[in-house]
Design a protein around this ligand. Structure first.
Ligand code: HEC
Length: 176
């Protein structure tokens, strides 16, 4: 009898895990995340929106790797490690899938406030911070990859080389 109960509990657990992963798979449209083409080491969806790319052997694109580092130096204090969210600020791994790319960029650039008697929620504006503005796409594609679980938690190991074009663009941006 006791064994039956354990079995039943295990079956429920498996059912729950499966339901969870099925939900995660349907929570986004593949066209929104799948790389349709790449240009000089950057990847884009068919709508020309930046996205991540993970090769069969687990090598991730440079921007996602860079985004991992930038996110953890500028955003995780409020938004939690790896885009998981905190009691204070939303889980950006979800936001990166739910929000339009241009809205995402707009909130980071201009900030957003919800301040009332019951709420005091402030997203600072980063528009004048080159350490954020020069790496917007990096953080966005990293968070998108976290949202779909294409990139696991923890420091990514294998990464593509930084392309010359990405390096030149970065230097030009930081000099502004
Ligand atoms: C000082 C804390 C803080 C820091 C640092 C911070 N955020 Fe936020 N962020 C917030 C809060 C709080 C909100 C919710 C604002 C609201 O309620 O409108 C938010 C909201 C957002 C949203 C909108 C999410 C949604 O689902 O609507 C985005 C996108 C975002 N932040 C990106 C970033 C990025 C990228 C960084 C790092 C460059 C960053 N944030 C750093 C506090 C912070």
């Amino acid at each position: 009898m006791r064994n039956l109960k354990v079995l039943f509990a295990a079956a429920l657990l498996v059912a729950g895990v499966q339901a969870g992963s099925a939900y995660a798979k349907q929570a986004y449209d593949p066209a929104q995340v799948d790389a349709a083409y790449s240009e000089d080491g950057r990847y884009f969806t068919e709508d020309d929106v930046p996205t991540y790319n993970v090769q069969e052997d687990g090598t991730i694109d440079w921007l996602s790797y860079s985004g991992f580092r930038r996110y953890h130096s500028e955003c995780h204090v409020c938004h939690g490690p790896e885009g998981e969210g905190s009691s204070y600020a939303p889980a950006l791994k979800k936001s990166a899938l739910d929000m339009d790319y241009y809205d995402f960029i707009d909130v980071v650039t201009n900030g957003r406030k919800k301040v009332s008697a019951s709420e005091n929620s402030v997203m600072p504006a980063f528009g004048t911070n080159p350490n954020v503005m020069c790496y917007l796409d990096d953080m966005y594609v990293y968070l998108k990859a976290r949202g779909t679980d294409a990139i696991a938690r923890g420091r990514p190991r294998k990464k593509e080389k930084k392309s010359d074009v990405i390096r030149e663009d970065e230097n030009a941006c930081l000099e502004n």
